[in-house]
Design a protein around this ligand. Structure first.
Ligand code: ZN
Length: 505
């Protein structure tokens, strides 16, 4: 009986995955090659497929299969006679099923509708820097988001229910504690950096022809281990990674002719996401377990490649001579040391997506603190701009001149995506902790980076993280890899060491 039920579950899981990948293909195409005139029909295509997918995810047939396996809220992994692998599969699938069935389709539709209007309003509000135009819509959307949290259920904090969608198993209180330590250490470091002599980064604003950037980036991407025979890289306005199948992982990037960092670091960042997606074991391919286990863990992979490897001295020790050949005019008067300093310059700024490694997490902490208070009602929407500006003054020592540069800069809240922001910072923190474990187990990894040899690192990441997909949640994975819970000190220690050297602190 058990075998038959499991087989049926695998089959439905595969169908869900096929639909998800089909939806992803339409979405990828929309962001890359689709002619603008196709938007309306594309929206209908996506809407129809989403409806079919939702029906499949919440079917009573699925409910019956979970019942037969003994999966309940108290025992999401099902009966004891299942193997560890089967238990993981049932637990992850059951939790998805619960999540989708807890929300009445009426609420889902209302949320989608309100979010699409609010997003539209946000675009206009940002253009004119007019928060008061945006505020009533955000308020209505927030009301729906709170209802969603109530429906999903939580023990301590309504934000737990929202966070769980992006970072399954992680609690608000954990994030609060981790961020508290990180905030203290980072602001302290930042004040020492801003008091020191600033680094010169003029070189990265010289002229970098896009064809050359593209050729160089693709070379790096393949060196890292991304298989272009199982994926592609294209151009889009906002870089992203999406998976269309076990052997089809799509990356996008953008290049700016007068700003070198944008292209290469987007490629390495998205490449990190792509390597995770290409690394699921055969056992879970095409199955609902073949996905990143949380957004934070996904981001840990992109950040590790982008920052811990891609912005490191050993990395450029290997690539800088090559880079000079690609752009012979730009680097004649620039030493490797000067280039390394230029790509790592730190400067408090208003805009999150342009932030450096040191200030980035502060941008996230600011948003996290505000959005948790918005959810509980501790902070009213009308007071949000003022709260934003005073937090900005506290964290960065600067206040945005207008709301477009401040509270209106990100799309997330207008989409109703509360609970999403912390995953960016968690990614950085996990990356530091994993990198430290890797250095212990692969003592020559820095040397390998300086030789442009990444096989050992990729193999380690595959074994420890990629191959498992969703089998372990983020906290369990972290414990298995490092022997402890998420500890922000690995990240702050890394920052302090790297930037003390760079800024001569
Ligand atoms: Zn990312």
């Amino acid at each position: 009986m058990k075998e038959r039920v499991l087989q049926e579950l695998y089959k439905i899981g595969q169908e869900i995955k096929l639909l998800e990948h089909s939806i992803a293909l339409l979405g990828w195409d929309q962001e890359t090659y689709m002619p603008e005139t196709a938007i309306e029909e594309r929206a209908s295509q996506l809407g129809l497929l989403e409806t079919i997918l939702h029906t499949k995810r919440t079917s009573s047939e699925l409910g019956n299969l979970f019942f037969e396996l003994g999966a309940t809220d108290k025992t999401p992994s099902g009966n004891d006679d299942l193997s560890p692998f089967e238990k993981s599969f049932v637990r992850v699938f059951y939790k998805d099923y619960r999540k989708y069935t807890m929300l009445p389709s009426e609420l889902i539709a209302k949320l989608a509708h309100k979010a699409s209007i609010t997003q539209n309003v946000w675009v206009k509000a940002r253009k004119t820097s007019d928060f008061s135009f945006f505020a009533p819509h955000l308020e209505e959307l927030l009301e729906l988001v709170r209802e969603k949290a109530d429906r999903l259920g939580y023990e301590n904090h309504p934000y737990d229910a929202l966070l769980d969608e992006y970072e399954p198993g992680t609690k608000t209180e954990t994030v609060q504690n981790v961020f508290k330590t990180a905030k203290q250490d980072i602001t302290e470091l930042l004040s020492r950096i801003t008091a020191a002599k600033q680094l010169d980064d003029a070189v990265i604003y010289r002229n970098y022809p896009i064809d050359q950037q593209k050729a160089f980036s693709e070379l790096v991407l393949q060196d890292l281990g991304f298989e272009l025979s199982r994926g592609r890289m294209d151009i889009s306005v906002h870089p992203f990674t999406t998976t269309l199948g076990s052997n089809d992982v799509r990356l996008t990037t953008r290049y700016q002719e007068d700003y070198f960092n944008s292209g290469i670091f987007s490629v390495v960042h998205e490449g990190g996401h792509g390597l995770y997606e290409q690394g699921f074991s055969k056992e879970i391919q095409g199955n609902i377990l073949s996905d990143g286990t949380s957004l934070g863990i996904h981001e840990s992979q992109s950040r590790m490649w982008e920052n811990f490897i891609g912005r490191s001295y050993p990395f450029w020790h290997y690539y800088y001579p090559m880079l000079r050949n690609y752009f012979p005019k730009n680097f004649q008067d620039v030493t490797l040391d000067a280039f390394y300093r230029a790509i790592n310059r730190v400067e408090p700024s208003f805009i999150r997506v342009e932030a450096d490694e040191v200030t980035y997490n502060l941008h996230i902490i600011l948003r996290f603190e505000l959005e948790t208070k918005l959810i509980t009602g501790e902070l009213a929407v009308k007071d949000l701009p003022e709260a934003w500006n005073s937090a900005s003054a506290e964290l960065f020592g600067i206040v945005p001149e207008n709301d477009a540069q401040g509270v209106l800069q990100d799309i997330h809240w207008s989409m109703g995506a509360f609970g999403y922001f912390p995953t960016y910072a968690l990614g950085n923190l996990y990356a530091a902790q994993f990198f430290q474990s890797m250095e212990k187990e692969l003592p020559d990894c820095t040397k390998k980076i300086s030789q442009g040899s990444f096989e050992g690192i990729l193999y380690w990441l595959r074994e420890k993280i990629h191959r498992h997909g969703r089998i372990f949640d983020a906290e369990e994975l972290c414990f298995r890899i490092s022997g402890e819970q998420l500890n922000p000190c690995y990240f702050t220690d890394y920052l302090i060491k790297k930037y003390s050297e760079l800024y001569g602190l």
